[in-house]
Design a protein around this ligand. Sequence first.
Ligand code: ZN
Length: 198
Amino acid sequence: MDYYSNEISHLVEELSSLPGIGPKSAARLTFHLIRQPKEDVKRLADALIEAREHVQYCKKCYTVTDRELCPICRNEGRNHRVVMVVENPRDLAAYEKTGKFEGVYHVLGGAISPMLGIGPEDIRLKELVQRLEDEVDEVIVATNPSLEGETTALYISKLIKPIGIKVTRIASGVPVGGDIENIDEVTLLKALEGRVEI
Ligand code: ZN
């Protein structure tokens, strides 16, 4: 990329390091950005910095939030005895959009993947077990229907059942290999309603 100025090559390089952005998209974004008014670009840059500086993990469920506890964990109207375990905050958002789940969440921050070298200690399972010291009636495992998600679901079941808490898995209405965040609300609700004990 010697034919671009250093600044442009640098920006293309930085943008290409983002997930889902290849060199072509990065170049397209770069040339779009340098044509924008300076104030617009500054607003975008400020938003990036602000988000990174103020966002933290909820002390209870580990979703991203800007306070010690996220709005869901702070909400006393939610059923804190039902905990839905999801892989990431985007999956939490997908279930929240259905507007029908009244429990709370636990965000693992990934799934067990021997292939990628991600073990049980690399996701927030210890924190999940700690949370169960509070009164919890049911843990709903809503990890993705992928090999990693299923492996994680089984692991959680083995971990939690001996404590005497009911563990359920969302139904297979969610297509195998599909990402929860990309699934429509009706299918997600059906999967939740049809959950089975594991
Ligand atoms: Zn929370």
